[in-house]
Each structure stands twice: as C-alpha cells, then as structure tokens.
Design a protein around this ligand. Structure first.
Ligand SMILES: C[S@@+](CC[C@H](N)C(=O)[O-])C[C@H]1O[C@@H](n2cnc3c(N)ncnc32)[C@H](O)[C@@H]1O
Length: 302
C-alpha cells in the first residue's frame, strides 16, 4: 500500500480528469516504448497501463496521472528535445552531463531519454512522493536500470537535515534540470521560489540549463481552484509566453544573474489533437478552454 497524502475522498474516480478509457492518448510512438523498452506483450499494454495508472492515482490524484498525460512523454515534444539528446549523448564530452527531472512522478521522461540513447547513469528523478519511484518501475518494468536514481524530496525545502531535504546536498551539481508540468502547480510567488531553488541546483556556470513545459494561457493570471476540484483551496498562476519571460527578468534582476529564456506555445496541431482526444473520451482535462496553451520553455545560464 503506497503512502497516501490528502484526504481519502481526493482519490475519487469521479474527477473530470480521471479518464476511464485511454482512448487515443496512447500513440504508436508511446506504444512502441512500452513494447520494446518495457517488453510488455502488445496485447497486454492497455491493461498494464490501466493498472499502473490506478496504482499511481492511489498515491496522489494528479491530473497528469488521471489523464494518462504520462504516455505522451512530454519532454520529447519539446522543440529543443533533439538538441538536449545531442548534448546528453555527445561522445566528445569528457564528463557526461547529468540531468535531474523535477516532479518526475512516474519518470516517463527519463525512460524516453534512455530509449532514445542516453545512459541511465546520467539521469535522476525527484518527487515529493517517494512511492512514485515504485509506481514508475512498476509501469516501466526496469528496476535494475533506475535503482538509486530517485530522490524523494521537496524542492522548496532548504534544510539538508529535513526528511524531504535530500536535494540540498546536490546543489550546484546538475548540468540540466527538466521540469515538466511542474512549475504550474504553484501561485506566482511560489513559482519564483521554485525557480530560485532550481538555479541553486544547477552548476553555476554558462550553459547550465532548465528545460520544461507548463500549462499556460494567452490570458495569464492567478486561477483559484476549490474543493472538490482540489483537496484544498489554492491558486495557481498560468503564464503566457510574455509573463514567463518577465518572471525570469525579475529573477535575473533580483539575483544579479543573466539567463537566456526561450518560451513558445504548443502548435495548432498539438492543440487540435488534444481537443480531439478530449472529445473522444467525453471527459474533461484539469486545464481546458480556448485560451489554454502548453508553454515549452528553456532557461540557460549565461
Ligand atoms: C503535475 S505532476 C507532473 C509530473 C510529471 N513531470 C509529468 O509531466 O507527468 C507534478 C509532480 O510534482 C510533484 N511535486 C509537487 N510538489 C512538489 C515539491 N514541492 N517538490 C517536488 N516535487 C513536487 C508531484 O508529486 C507530481 O508528481
């Protein structure tokens, strides 16, 4: 039985973002990874995904779990994914770069990197819920590759002695930090705090990189969510491309550093596919509406 946070009622499968059918979410590219990397017999893939998803939902009912977002392998959709792969696999690099995936949850982006040729030794994932490690190895059937590569920690904890302070000991060691569908879980103030923590984790040198995606909106601002949509009333800040860059400008000024920020929306094709997927399942997503965009961003130290 996994550790459980929040009230039992938060696991209800009545949530709009708990999809009882995977529908068209699993594309041939996603299926290929489960068949070839995880070696799941083709006829068993769907059943396996439902079981692993339900196990993860029991740990915490995140929309990315309920909606099967994890089978999209979000990092691989980033426009800079090919450049990231080249960096992580470059044979000329004497000390291979290490990547930390923050809010890794099921660790799907790490598995996709391995499937695409990056040695697992260079890849680590971190999440506030330690049981996602087990959920990830259950989903991908690869305990031998990723044992010891999961760091249970709260990004915002700055005390190394705290039970969730394990990331503090890794400060200034990471070449790349990835953060998929992660920063958008906070309001503006806490997103700034999270970004500052990420800067502490990265090696303090030119070229260190944060790469990721968040759900945003062309009409940026704080949005309030109330129970039963979320366990506790909370606001989250949804960025536009412009406000994301502005936030980083404020951080630069505050810390006296220089970064290169790139931010782009998902293209029409990706958006249309998402709407079609939603209609096909007759179910909603946590974030929806015509103003919604997925932001793909990168922040590089100068
Ligand atoms: C919306 S999910 C995204 C998961 C994954 N990156 C993806 O794209 O599917 C956010 C993840 O961040 C984790 N998380 C939330 N707060 C955190 C914190 N303070 N420190 C570290 N991880 C946290 C959650 O447990 C969850 O797995």
């Amino acid at each position: 039985m996994p550790q459980r946070a929040g009230p039992e009622t938060s696991r209800t499968k009545e949530r709009p973002w708990f999809h009882s059918s995977i529908g068209e979410t699993l594309t041939p590219t996603g299926r290929e990874l489960f068949e070839k990397y995880s070696k799941i017999p083709p006829a068993e893939v769907d059943d396996h995904l439902y079981k692993a998803r339900d196990f993860a939902w029991d740990i915490f009912p995140w929309p990315c779990v309920g909606e099967f977002w994890f089978v999209h392998f979000g990092l691989s959709l980033h426009p800079q994914y090919p450049a990231l792969l080249a960096r992580l696999t470059s044979p000329t690099n004497p000390s291979p770069p290490r990547l930390l995936d923050l809010g890794t949850c099921l660790g799907q982006d790490l598995r996709k990197l391995v499937f695409d040729g990056v040695p697992a030794e260079q890849l680590y994932g971190s999440d506030i819920f330690s049981d996602f490690e087990q959920a990830g190895t259950m989903l991908f059937r690869d305990e031998e590759k990723f044992a010891g590569h999961f760091i249970a920690a709260d990004l915002l904890v700055e005390d190394a002695d705290d039970s969730l302070g394990a990331l503090v000991k890794t400060e200034e060691t990471w070449d790349v930090v990835s953060a998929l569908m992660f920063l958008h879980i906070w309001d503006y103030k806490n997103q700034v705090a999270a970004c500052k923590r990420i800067l502490k984790l990265l090696k303090p040198e030119k070229g260190s990189l944060l790469i990721g995606a968040s759900t945003g909106s062309v009409k940026p601002g704080e949005e309030w969510y109330k129970p039963p949509l979320v366990p506790q009333e909370r606001s989250i800040y949804r960025h536009s491309n412009e406000t994301f860059v502005q936030m980083w400008n404020e951080i630069e000024e505050d810390l006296g550093i220089r970064v290169k920020v790139e931010c782009t929306y998902d293209d029409e094709g990706e958006r249309a596919a998402r709407l079609k997927e939603e209609e096909g399942k007759g179910k909603g997503h946590f974030f929806k509406g015509g103003d919604q965009r997925r932001l793909y961003f990168s922040v590089e130290l100068l």
